[in-house]
Design a protein around this ligand. Structure first.
Ligand SMILES: [Zn+2]
Length: 138
């Protein structure tokens, strides 16, 4: 048998897409982002849990510290200099800050935080609107 547990996190952030992109998303705009973390494993602990949900707060702390109320900007975005010099919150991405890439960024952090012998990160899901989102599997 395999168990899967999920936890949702939310954050507010702005982004815009510039790299090889010419649609309306080139304008800086904000979203209420929704992140779903899915963890899986075969063995429960002595409390009959795959993982105590309390332990998942580590990812919430990272999201709040790094992404919440930040501008998520591609490393070649000319707006970087202004955001940096004005002291506003900024998270610099190596790819366009799409839902796909933000899911990838969060996946890497989740793997770092939660990977142990008993549980694995199964999937990260990131929604930037009620109707659009991306999933990434390790
Ligand atoms: Zn957007």
């Amino acid at each position: 048998m395999k168990y899967v547990v999920t936890k949702e996190f939310r954050f507010e952030a702005a982004h815009r897409l510039l790299k090889h992109y010419s649609g309306k998303c080139t304008n800086n705009h904000g979203h209420s982002w929704l992140v779903r973390l899915h963890l899986e494993g075969e063995n429960l602990d002595e409390k009959d849990m795959l993982i105590d949900f309390q332990e998942l707060k580590a990812l919430k702390v990272w999201i709040d510290d790094q992404l919440d109320h930040a501008s998520l900007l591609w490393e070649q975005d000319p707006m970087l200099d202004y955001i940096k010099s004005s002291g506003q919150r900024l998270y610099v991405t190596v790819k366009n800050p799409t839902s796909e890439h933000i899911a990838e960024v969060i996946l890497k952090e989740a793997i770092r935080l939660f990977e142990n012998s008993r549980i694995r990160v199964k999937c990260i899901e990131v929604n930037e609107t009620c109707t659009t989102g991306a999933k990434i599997y390790p």
